[in-house]
Design a protein around this ligand. Structure first.
Ligand SMILES: C[S@@+](CC[C@H](N)C(=O)[O-])C[C@H]1O[C@@H](n2cnc3c(N)ncnc32)[C@H](O)[C@@H]1O
Length: 221
Protein backbone atom coordinates (compact mmCIF):
# COMPACT_ATOMS: atom_id res chain seq x y z
CA UNK A 1 0.00 0.00 0.00
CA UNK A 2 1.34 3.42 -0.93
CA UNK A 3 1.86 6.20 1.57
CA UNK A 4 -1.32 8.19 2.12
CA UNK A 5 -1.25 11.93 1.39
CA UNK A 6 -1.60 14.23 4.42
CA UNK A 7 -5.14 15.17 3.27
CA UNK A 8 -6.25 11.52 3.49
CA UNK A 9 -4.54 11.10 6.86
CA UNK A 10 -6.15 14.30 8.12
CA UNK A 11 -9.60 13.13 6.97
CA UNK A 12 -9.03 9.72 8.62
CA UNK A 13 -7.83 11.18 11.93
CA UNK A 14 -10.55 13.84 11.95
CA UNK A 15 -13.36 11.34 11.41
CA UNK A 16 -11.84 8.91 13.92
CA UNK A 17 -10.87 11.24 16.76
CA UNK A 18 -12.08 14.78 16.38
CA UNK A 19 -15.84 14.43 16.23
CA UNK A 20 -16.83 17.68 14.54
CA UNK A 21 -20.56 18.16 15.13
CA UNK A 22 -23.21 20.12 13.24
CA UNK A 23 -22.60 23.44 15.03
CA UNK A 24 -18.93 23.34 14.02
CA UNK A 25 -19.49 22.22 10.43
CA UNK A 26 -22.28 24.80 10.10
CA UNK A 27 -19.90 27.49 11.45
CA UNK A 28 -17.49 26.67 8.61
CA UNK A 29 -20.32 26.59 6.04
CA UNK A 30 -21.76 29.92 7.23
CA UNK A 31 -18.32 31.56 7.09
CA UNK A 32 -17.89 30.25 3.55
CA UNK A 33 -21.35 31.49 2.47
CA UNK A 34 -20.52 34.92 3.92
CA UNK A 35 -17.32 35.04 1.86
CA UNK A 36 -14.90 34.93 4.81
CA UNK A 37 -11.44 33.57 3.94
CA UNK A 38 -10.99 29.82 4.70
CA UNK A 39 -8.26 30.40 7.28
CA UNK A 40 -9.66 29.03 10.51
CA UNK A 41 -7.81 26.31 12.41
CA UNK A 42 -8.46 22.76 11.20
CA UNK A 43 -10.84 20.47 13.13
CA UNK A 44 -7.85 18.59 14.60
CA UNK A 45 -6.24 21.86 15.71
CA UNK A 46 -9.57 23.03 17.15
CA UNK A 47 -9.74 19.83 19.18
CA UNK A 48 -6.16 20.42 20.37
CA UNK A 49 -7.12 23.92 21.59
CA UNK A 50 -10.15 22.40 23.34
CA UNK A 51 -7.96 19.76 25.02
CA UNK A 52 -5.39 22.33 26.14
CA UNK A 53 -8.09 24.52 27.70
CA UNK A 54 -9.77 21.50 29.33
CA UNK A 55 -6.46 20.18 30.70
CA UNK A 56 -5.73 23.58 32.22
CA UNK A 57 -9.15 23.59 33.88
CA UNK A 58 -9.54 26.94 32.13
CA UNK A 59 -12.34 29.32 33.13
CA UNK A 60 -11.13 32.32 31.17
CA UNK A 61 -9.73 32.30 27.63
CA UNK A 62 -8.63 35.21 25.45
CA UNK A 63 -8.53 34.89 21.66
CA UNK A 64 -6.95 37.42 19.30
CA UNK A 65 -8.52 36.92 15.84
CA UNK A 66 -12.09 35.55 15.77
CA UNK A 67 -12.87 35.20 12.04
CA UNK A 68 -16.13 33.16 11.95
CA UNK A 69 -15.80 31.89 15.52
CA UNK A 70 -14.68 28.35 14.68
CA UNK A 71 -11.75 28.15 17.13
CA UNK A 72 -13.75 30.17 19.69
CA UNK A 73 -16.49 27.49 19.66
CA UNK A 74 -13.92 24.75 20.27
CA UNK A 75 -12.27 26.56 23.19
CA UNK A 76 -15.56 27.80 24.72
CA UNK A 77 -16.79 24.21 24.85
CA UNK A 78 -13.92 23.39 27.22
CA UNK A 79 -15.08 26.01 29.74
CA UNK A 80 -17.51 25.58 32.62
CA UNK A 81 -20.98 27.21 32.44
CA UNK A 82 -19.67 30.31 34.24
CA UNK A 83 -16.57 30.46 32.02
CA UNK A 84 -15.76 33.40 29.76
CA UNK A 85 -14.02 33.62 26.40
CA UNK A 86 -13.16 37.09 25.10
CA UNK A 87 -12.38 37.15 21.37
CA UNK A 88 -10.92 40.23 19.68
CA UNK A 89 -11.76 40.86 16.02
CA UNK A 90 -10.94 43.77 13.76
CA UNK A 91 -13.61 43.20 11.11
CA UNK A 92 -17.24 43.98 12.07
CA UNK A 93 -18.36 41.64 9.26
CA UNK A 94 -16.32 38.73 10.64
CA UNK A 95 -17.63 39.47 14.14
CA UNK A 96 -21.23 39.42 12.85
CA UNK A 97 -20.76 36.01 11.19
CA UNK A 98 -19.02 34.71 14.33
CA UNK A 99 -21.88 35.94 16.54
CA UNK A 100 -24.38 33.93 14.48
CA UNK A 101 -22.19 30.82 14.70
CA UNK A 102 -21.70 31.22 18.44
CA UNK A 103 -25.45 31.64 18.98
CA UNK A 104 -26.16 28.47 16.96
CA UNK A 105 -23.57 26.64 19.10
CA UNK A 106 -25.42 27.74 22.27
CA UNK A 107 -22.43 29.70 23.61
CA UNK A 108 -23.82 33.24 23.81
CA UNK A 109 -23.42 33.42 27.59
CA UNK A 110 -19.77 32.36 27.42
CA UNK A 111 -18.28 34.05 24.34
CA UNK A 112 -17.89 37.83 24.10
CA UNK A 113 -16.60 39.31 20.84
CA UNK A 114 -14.97 42.74 21.01
CA UNK A 115 -14.72 44.53 17.67
CA UNK A 116 -11.67 46.67 16.95
CA UNK A 117 -7.94 46.48 16.42
CA UNK A 118 -6.38 44.17 19.00
CA UNK A 119 -3.69 46.79 19.66
CA UNK A 120 -6.49 49.02 21.01
CA UNK A 121 -8.63 46.34 22.65
CA UNK A 122 -5.77 44.77 24.63
CA UNK A 123 -4.81 47.87 26.67
CA UNK A 124 -8.52 48.42 27.43
CA UNK A 125 -8.84 44.83 28.60
CA UNK A 126 -5.76 45.20 30.81
CA UNK A 127 -7.09 48.49 32.23
CA UNK A 128 -10.32 46.76 33.27
CA UNK A 129 -8.22 44.81 35.75
CA UNK A 130 -10.36 41.66 35.58
CA UNK A 131 -9.25 38.16 36.53
CA UNK A 132 -6.23 36.87 34.61
CA UNK A 133 -6.75 34.48 31.70
CA UNK A 134 -5.85 30.79 31.83
CA UNK A 135 -5.07 30.63 28.13
CA UNK A 136 -4.55 33.02 25.21
CA UNK A 137 -4.83 32.02 21.56
CA UNK A 138 -3.11 34.45 19.18
CA UNK A 139 -4.32 34.09 15.58
CA UNK A 140 -4.50 37.54 13.95
CA UNK A 141 -2.11 39.81 11.97
CA UNK A 142 1.37 38.34 12.24
CA UNK A 143 3.12 41.73 12.46
CA UNK A 144 1.26 42.29 15.71
CA UNK A 145 2.41 39.05 17.35
CA UNK A 146 5.34 40.50 19.37
CA UNK A 147 3.08 43.17 20.94
CA UNK A 148 0.29 40.62 21.47
CA UNK A 149 2.78 38.48 23.38
CA UNK A 150 3.63 41.40 25.70
CA UNK A 151 -0.07 41.97 26.46
CA UNK A 152 -0.72 38.25 26.82
CA UNK A 153 2.04 38.01 29.42
CA UNK A 154 0.33 40.75 31.42
CA UNK A 155 -3.04 39.07 31.09
CA UNK A 156 -2.22 35.38 31.71
CA UNK A 157 -1.91 33.67 35.08
CA UNK A 158 1.13 31.71 36.15
CA UNK A 159 0.77 28.17 34.83
CA UNK A 160 -1.38 29.40 31.92
CA UNK A 161 -0.68 28.96 28.21
CA UNK A 162 -0.03 31.38 25.37
CA UNK A 163 -0.63 29.67 22.02
CA UNK A 164 0.06 31.27 18.64
CA UNK A 165 -0.80 29.94 15.18
CA UNK A 166 1.00 30.20 11.83
CA UNK A 167 4.49 30.72 13.20
CA UNK A 168 6.40 28.61 10.62
CA UNK A 169 5.02 30.14 7.41
CA UNK A 170 6.09 27.47 4.95
CA UNK A 171 9.50 27.33 6.62
CA UNK A 172 10.26 31.03 6.05
CA UNK A 173 10.54 31.55 9.82
CA UNK A 174 14.05 30.08 9.66
CA UNK A 175 15.14 32.75 7.16
CA UNK A 176 16.69 35.56 9.20
CA UNK A 177 17.04 37.70 6.05
CA UNK A 178 13.35 37.58 5.11
CA UNK A 179 11.84 41.00 4.51
CA UNK A 180 8.29 39.68 4.73
CA UNK A 181 6.68 41.55 7.67
CA UNK A 182 4.63 38.43 8.54
CA UNK A 183 7.81 36.35 8.78
CA UNK A 184 9.56 39.08 10.77
CA UNK A 185 6.54 39.24 13.11
CA UNK A 186 6.48 35.53 13.93
CA UNK A 187 10.27 35.32 14.12
CA UNK A 188 10.39 38.16 16.59
CA UNK A 189 7.53 36.52 18.52
CA UNK A 190 9.47 33.25 18.84
CA UNK A 191 12.68 35.08 19.78
CA UNK A 192 10.78 36.82 22.58
CA UNK A 193 9.32 33.50 23.78
CA UNK A 194 12.83 32.00 23.79
CA UNK A 195 14.42 34.94 25.62
CA UNK A 196 11.77 35.59 28.28
CA UNK A 197 12.48 33.77 31.57
CA UNK A 198 8.74 33.92 32.35
CA UNK A 199 8.02 31.54 29.45
CA UNK A 200 8.88 28.01 28.42
CA UNK A 201 7.80 27.23 24.89
CA UNK A 202 7.97 25.06 21.83
CA UNK A 203 6.57 24.86 18.30
CA UNK A 204 4.58 21.99 16.79
CA UNK A 205 5.00 21.94 13.04
CA UNK A 206 1.74 21.47 11.14
CA UNK A 207 0.54 20.74 7.63
CA UNK A 208 -2.86 21.75 6.33
CA UNK A 209 -4.83 23.45 3.57
CA UNK A 210 -2.79 26.58 4.23
CA UNK A 211 0.42 24.55 3.74
CA UNK A 212 3.37 23.86 6.01
CA UNK A 213 3.11 25.88 9.21
CA UNK A 214 3.34 25.62 12.99
CA UNK A 215 1.69 26.27 16.33
CA UNK A 216 3.67 27.80 19.17
CA UNK A 217 2.75 26.75 22.72
CA UNK A 218 4.31 28.58 25.66
CA UNK A 219 3.65 28.11 29.38
CA UNK A 220 3.82 31.05 31.75
CA UNK A 221 6.02 29.91 34.63
C1 LIG B 1 -6.67 33.48 10.91
S1 LIG B 1 -8.11 34.41 11.22
C2 LIG B 1 -8.65 33.79 12.78
C3 LIG B 1 -9.17 32.39 12.70
C4 LIG B 1 -9.87 31.91 13.95
N1 LIG B 1 -9.02 32.03 15.11
C5 LIG B 1 -10.28 30.46 13.78
O1 LIG B 1 -9.37 29.60 13.80
O2 LIG B 1 -11.47 30.19 13.61
C6 LIG B 1 -7.50 36.00 11.65
C7 LIG B 1 -8.56 37.00 12.08
O3 LIG B 1 -7.88 38.09 12.71
C8 LIG B 1 -8.51 39.28 12.34
N2 LIG B 1 -7.53 40.38 12.52
C9 LIG B 1 -6.55 40.76 11.67
N3 LIG B 1 -5.87 41.80 12.16
C10 LIG B 1 -6.43 42.09 13.35
C11 LIG B 1 -6.18 43.07 14.34
N4 LIG B 1 -5.20 43.98 14.19
N5 LIG B 1 -6.94 43.08 15.46
C12 LIG B 1 -7.93 42.15 15.63
N6 LIG B 1 -8.23 41.21 14.70
C13 LIG B 1 -7.49 41.18 13.59
C14 LIG B 1 -8.93 39.06 10.90
O4 LIG B 1 -9.95 39.97 10.53
C15 LIG B 1 -9.36 37.61 10.92
O5 LIG B 1 -10.73 37.50 11.16
Amino acid sequence: MGQAQWTEVDAFLTSLLVGEDEALSEATAAAQRAGLPPISVSPAQGKLLYLLAKTLGAKRVLEIGTLGGYSAIWMARALPKDGHLVSLEYSPRHAEVASGNIARAGLVGIVEIRVGAAAESLPKLAAEGGELFDMVFIDADKGGYPAYLDWSLQLTRSGGLIVADNVVRGGAVADGLSRDPNVQGVRSYLEKVAADPRLEGTVMQTVGVKGYDGLSIARVV
